[in-house]
Design a protein around this ligand. Structure first.
Ligand code: CAA
Length: 385
């Protein structure tokens, strides 16, 4: 039985910062961003947007069929920018999206890797109960301190994946290769809103995890490098994917072919890092930019600092072209508004009253779901008509 990704839809904020604006403000040569890290723009969340509204807007188009919605018995919400230390963000989705009451819900954390853990757990669950579906959400707002080298690698977005038997987009193979090691390359203590990162070390750890996860994948009986037509990588910035692919091709003694990664990097260059969602933006980019992928084998590498890496694979399904949400994805990308530096900085500083006072949030996000109010330590969401 094939199990995997039946549907995929993403949502991004309506605002972005062109890295030319950041380069000018920070006195950095723009080619460092364009060529050095391979990024052009980054998504910026407004004050009435958070991981819940991004997730709800990503998932809503997958749930229009009532029968399909009622067969979801598990919701796994992967994030590393959580809004609560106790309550799972998925519970807010439960009411916003009218999910069935007999649905288990939990939030999953391991840096940028946790959506992949969720995907694998979802596939295992469907193997036991093939008539059920699992909604996997990857939703993050990536923020680093202003004025640091990491500032150019921020971003935001959510990807919703519906996991089922006989998937219409991509089946996921059971074998995968894993690597874990306790390291401090990127982390965010509870009292901080922004991540701490040892940038160069984190890139080294990414490549180390790739090498070991690939080796484990081979040891588990995985496919050789030339089995795959395309490779999707976790993309904190697109140059990281280029370096990863160069290393993997060299290590497995294969020629480097940039076509194997190029289409998977197009969206991320314009969206920036979306942490847990980044690998699945790469998959979406690949599926949306090519019409000739049916029955092609795709390799994936997921990395979460701290660190866990996983190498796995899947096969694109026949007729996937009819089931992707390309029109919505491209509409969102072409209808965004560019921000000047002052407005970007304003959006960067989220109002978060720690005394429980009430703040009504002005409407900046015009998508279906928005964060309307913070009051008495509670978040109030609103569904736009
Ligand atoms: N023109 C062209 N290229 C230029 C340039 C110019 N004028 N000036 C510099 N460059 C190149 C540099 O040569 C360098 O290229 P190489 O890496 O190929 O040598 C590249 O631009 C970056 O420049 P620096 O080496 O000076 O690096 P930096 O101090 O700007 O920091 C960074 C870059 C480490 C990625 C930083 O942005 C950062 O810390 N980002 C956050 C951490 C991160 O994304 N880590 C990735 C792995 S961890 C992970 O994947 C989990 C996650 O999501 C966070």
């Amino acid at each position: 039985m094939n199990i995997g990704i039946d549907q995929l839809h993403f949502h991004i904020p309506n605002y972005y910062l062109d890295l030319a604006v950041l380069a000018e403000h920070n006195g950095v040569d723009l080619s460092k961003y364009h060529k050095g890290i391979g990024q052009e723009k980054m998504s910026v969340a407004s004050h009435d947007e958070d991981i819940v509204t991004l997730a709800a807007n990503a998932a809503a188009p997958l749930l229009t069929d009532l029968k399909q919605r009622n067969s979801i018995d598990t919701l796994l919400f992967a994030t590393e920018s959580g809004i609560d230390q106790s309550k799972a963000a998925g519970l807010y989705l439960h009411s916003l999206l009218d999910l069935p009451s007999n649905c288990r819900i939990l939030e999953v954390k391991q840096a940028c890797y946790s959506a992949t853990a969720s995907l694998q757990l979802a596939c295992d669950h469907i193997a036991r109960q093939p008539n059920k579906k699992v909604l996997v959400i990857a939703s993050d707002i990536a923020r680093y301190d202003l004025g640091t080298p990491a500032e150019a690698t921020q971003g935001a977005g959510a990807v919703a994946l519906l996991i089922s038997a006989n998937p219409r987009l991509v089946s996921i193979d059971p074998i995968s290769g894993k690597y874990s090691e306790d390291v401090m390359d990127f982390w965010r203590p509870n009292y901080r809103k922004t991540a701490l990162v040892d940038g160069k070390y984190s890139a080294q750890m990414y490549l180390k995890a790739l090498k070991h996860a690939w080796q484990d994948y081979q040891d588990q009986g995985g496919h050789p490098f030339n089995h795959f037509s395309h490779f999707c990588y976790h993309l904190p910035f697109s140059k990281m994917g280029v370096k990863a692919h160069q290393q993997l091709a060299k290590h497995s003694q294969n020629p480097i072919n940039p076509d194997q990664i190029e289409d998977g990097m197009r969206y991320n260059r314009l969206i920036g890092n979306s942490y847990t969602a980044s690998l699945y933006f790469a998959l979406s980019s690949l599926l949306d930019h090519r019409d000739d992928l049916a029955k092609q084998n795709i390799a994936f590498f997921s990395y979460g600092s701290g660190c866990v890496g996983e190498f796995f694979s899947g096969q694109v399904q026949p007729n996937y072209q009819q089931h992707r949400h390309r029109q919505s994805h491209q509409h969102q990308l072409t209808h965004r508004q560019s921000l000047d530096y002052a407005t970007y900085q304003h959006y960067w500083h989220n109002p978060e009253p720690s005394d429980g006072s009430t703040i009504e949030l002005p409407q900046q996000n015009h998508a279906r779901y928005r964060l309307a109010k913070l009051s008495q330590h509670k978040r109030h969401y609103q569904k736009n008509p």
